[in-house]
Design a protein around this ligand. Structure first.
Ligand SMILES: NC(=O)c1ccc[n+]([C@@H]2O[C@H](COP(=O)([O-])OP(=O)(O)OC[C@H]3O[C@@H](n4cnc5c(N)ncnc54)[C@H](OP(=O)(O)O)[C@@H]3O)[C@@H](O)[C@H]2O)c1
Length: 333
């Protein structure tokens, strides 16, 4: 069969021929019709336990042998995956797509939407609370901005590095304000505010400091909740822009996962990591169905980038460079 193949750790995938999966007890063979890439596919491609060569893992939509249209997560039996004409997946991870639901909605409400829905719900956002989404320009960020609104948040701010992608969030009405992150920061928003006041300088002149820039868009005391999709220095800056009692949930690590955290910045705040992948398949399936219903009811939208199935190498590079859109490839109608 034709597939996107990773030959060894660190390799960028290539398009080529790969052996077909064979039937196995407890698993379902799937003819894949739509496959997608996400930030997690890149971060997880070279982890321990992967056997090479392998198909790009990913999630997808396809048809089971009995004709059912199904969604499957990144749980294909190794070395198979979604960027291929066929895959094989444990039965519990193969879920029927409800009648009338578009392939792309079904795909996007899987790993991406579940990844932000669970930590947002865990944060128990109260009516009109302020929410900051770090890494808002990506697929998870776009969904998170919309879910925060659906959950009743008040001021919703998106932060990222790419100016045009941030502007697009404003144009689509997804964020009330956006903040461009500049990168490495070692400032303290309150100290900067004090310094700005002492010198009679408007805070805007301290814009090169991410913490101050975030604080500038927060309510007076700071954000109530931060959903952090990037970790690293942006997370450290965001903690400084929370109020006492603020909650920070981290689920991504594109900006690095080892941080030098000053515990004083966490005083009267909470920080946590809320994963979704370790939940039982039945729990994840119930969340996915709930999200599909929310997606239909509230018309949750995500910018899209459709690529030819054969162009896995280019698609991979685009995903690694943050495409600000959901990359998918159609394999069969
Ligand atoms: N259940 C879970 O826990 C779960 C599920 C799915 C995904 N995730 C994780 O969530 C994260 C987001 O997923 P995604 O697919 O939306 O990823 P993505 O497209 O790679 O990244 C999202 C945004 O983060 C920003 N970014 C990337 N690298 C950065 C860096 N080094 N410093 C600062 N900002 C950076 C980019 O915005 P700019 O270009 O504007 O800077 C990008 O648009 C990934 O880390 C993924 O692994 C977790």
């Amino acid at each position: 069969m034709r597939a996107g193949i990773i030959d060894k750790p660190g390799d960028i995938p290539r398009f080529g021929e790969f052996p077909d999966p064979q039937a196995k007890e407890g698993c379902i063979l799937i003819d894949v019709s739509l496959t997608g890439l996400g930030g997690w596919d890149i971060l997880g491609a070279y982890r321990l336990g992967v056997q090479y060569p392998c198909v790009v893992r990913g999630e997808g939509i396809g048809y089971a042998e009995d004709g059912r249209r199904v969604y499957f997560g990144e749980r294909s039996e190794l070395p198979f995956g979604s960027w291929a004409e066929r895959t094989i997946v444990p039965a519990a991870e193969v879920w029927d797509v409800p009648e009338g639901v578009d392939d792309k909605l079904a795909l996007n409400m899987g790993i991406a939407a579940t990844g932000v829905f669970v930590p947002l719900r865990k944060a128990a956002i109260q009516p009109d609370e302020s929410v900051l989404i770090l890494g808002a320009t990506g697929v998870l960020g776009q969904i998170a901005l919309q879910l925060a609104r659906i959950m009743g948040a008040g001021r919703i701010v998106g932060a990222g590095r790419d100016v045009s992608a941030l502007q697009r969030l404003m144009d689509r009405g997804l964020a009330d304000a956006v903040v461009q992150l500049k990168g490495d920061v070692d400032g303290d928003a309150n100290a900067l505010r004090a310094a700005a006041a002492a010198h009679g300088t408007p805070l805007k002149s301290f814009r090169d400091d991410d913490a101050a820039a975030l604080m500038d868009q927060a309510p007076r005391e700071g954000f109530d909740m931060v959903l952090d999709l990037v970790c690293g220095n942006p997370m450290l800056s965001a903690i400084k822009a929370t109020r006492w009692g603020g909650r920070v949930n981290t689920i991504g690590r594109g900006a690095g996962h080892i941080v030098e955290l000053n515990m004083r910045d966490l005083l009267f705040r909470q920080i946590g990591m809320v994963g979704t992948g370790q939940r039982l398949p039945a729990d994840r399936k119930a969340i996915w169905l709930e999200l599909i219903a929310l997606g239909l009811e509230h018309n949750i939208t995500i910018d899209e980038l459709d690529v030819p199935f054969e162009e896995i190498t280019e698609a991979w590079k685009a995903q690694a460079a943050a495409p600000h859109a959901k990359i998918t490839a159609r394999i069969r109608p």
